[in-house]
Design a protein around this ligand. Structure first.
Ligand SMILES: Nc1ncnc2c1ncn2[C@@H]1O[C@H](COP(=O)(O)OP(=O)(O)OP(=O)(O)O)[C@@H](O)[C@H]1O
Ligand SMILES: [Mg+2]
Length: 387
């Protein structure tokens, strides 16, 4: 009932036909066409093997899903390319079954058979575009048996042979460094890599684009898309999510639900900051109900992603600065006077330290009377309450 009620309300108020910020992959929606998509798509013309690397939730699968969608649906591409999308870890068997749509007349046992059959089938007119997700699984892992290692090696040889075939382009996505590992396993592949692309954290503009594109997707064409987020809220979403698309969507999700629950009209930056504590708490503590709901595997990934964001140079901090950080970690907001009293230092020193911590990205600042107050971003709180 409650869920229906929400849907009714967002439809009435914003014209959204469904909830725009689900964590599902929506192939049609893509933010970052210029910076992300274009350089990758260009490789269709020139490339051979393309590596796309990124952290958890950085949009690796989205790139492939969107390419698959575009190559199938856009007539300009569909006349020239045949996408073959492989979401699961690649093995020879998976590869063969992915190609089974071509219904080859001959039996394919060796890679040579496949390349020949493909060339015959395509007649030099079309290219197959192999879209392989989770390519880090192709690398050798610690617990792999000799059989698995040898199977992986053979699969890489197959990829190499396909890359050499005129009719085939290969796009592989995987976690950071998978490319290096594959190159080490099988040198000949490295020579054929024409682009190595890293999915960086999104900037504020792309974050906004992601939010607006999602909203647009769920708004009927006859209506103007309506966003409840202020510009400041979008900037804060970018900060608290670290610019990772999955975290951006999750933050938006929380914020919209919060807005509806509390009958607010819009979402501002302050609200995002307040909510970020809650969101992160859910993510950080495996025992909470929602963590169980989300599944342990997702949670572990998410925690790792957050840990990556926590990387900073601890050596750059002296003991007094660390003490101020610990003080901040347990308080909502702190003024220079408050930090001075709490840590037994002068107000001047406290002011200097707080400014430095702001520059390092640990805290944000708000006007507070004639001075400022400082609040620690919640992603850092746990780190400094444990110490
Ligand atoms: N450029 C983008 N434009 C629109 N939506 C995106 C973009 N990148 C990611 N997303 C969305 O963000 C979410 C996470 O992206 P995705 O699943 O592609 O990440 P991933 O890197 O494959 O994560 P994992 O490491 O868990 O496999 C998805 O809902 C996806 O639709
Ligand atoms: Mg993925």
């Amino acid at each position: 009932m409650a869920e229906l009620d929400y849907l009714e309300r967002i439809k009435k108020k914003y014209g959204w036909e469904s909830f725009p910020f689900s964590l599902d992959l929506i192939p049609e929606v893509f933010a970052g066409k210029e910076k992300i998509l274009n350089p990758i798509m260009q490789q269709l013309a020139f490339g051979s093997v393309v590596y796309i690397e990124g952290g958890y939730g950085s949009g690796k699968s989205q790139v492939l899903k969107h390419m698959n969608y575009k190559l199938n649906k856009d007539p300009a591409y569909a006349s020239r390319y045949i996408p073959v999308y492989i979401p699961e870890p690649l093995t020879r068997e998976v590869l063969l079954s992915a190609f089974s749509r071509f219904d080859f007349k001959r039996r394919i046992e060796r890679i040579g058979d496949l390349v020949e059959a493909l060339d015959g089938e395509l007649g030099g007119k079309k290219h197959v575009v192999l879209l392989v997700d989770e390519a880090q699984e192709l690398a050798v892992h610690e617990n792999d048996t000799p059989d698995i290692v040898s199977e992986k090696g053979t699969t890489l040889q197959w990829i190499r042979a396909l890359a050499d075939s005129r009719g085939c382009k290969i796009f592989l996505t995987g976690l950071i460094n998978f490319g290096k590992k594959l190159n080490e396993m099988f040198r000949p592949l490295e020579d054929r890599v024409t682009l190595k692309f890293t999915l960086e954290r999104m900037d504020v503009r792309t974050t906004k684009e992601l939010i607006m594109e999602r909203i647009k997707h769920f708004t009927p064409e006859s209506q103007k898309p309506i966003s409840p987020f202020t510009q400041e809220a979008i900037e804060m979403i970018n900060v608290v999510s670290g610019g990772y698309p999955r975290a951006i969507l999750r933050t938006c999700q929380e914020a919209v639900i919060d807005m509806l629950t509390n009958n607010r009209e819009s979402i501002d930056g302050d609200r995002i900051i307040r909510l970020s504590g809650r969101t992160r708490e859910v993510v950080m503590s495996p025992s909470t109900e929602s963590a169980i709901r989300e599944g342990k595997r997702d949670l572990e990934r998410e925690m790792k992603a957050i840990k990556d964001q926590l990387a900073y140079d601890k050596d750059a901090l002296n003991t007094t600065e660390l003490e101020v950080l610990r003080f901040l970690a347990t308080r909502e907001e702190v003024t220079p006077q408050g930090a001075a009293d709490g840590c037994g230092i002068t107000q001047g020193t406290a002011g200097n330290i707080l400014r430095k911590l702001k520059e390092m990205g640990f805290v944000f600042r708000k006007p507070h009377g004639r001075t400022h107050s400082y609040t620690m971003y919640s992603i850092y709180r746990r780190e400094f309450t444990q110490a």
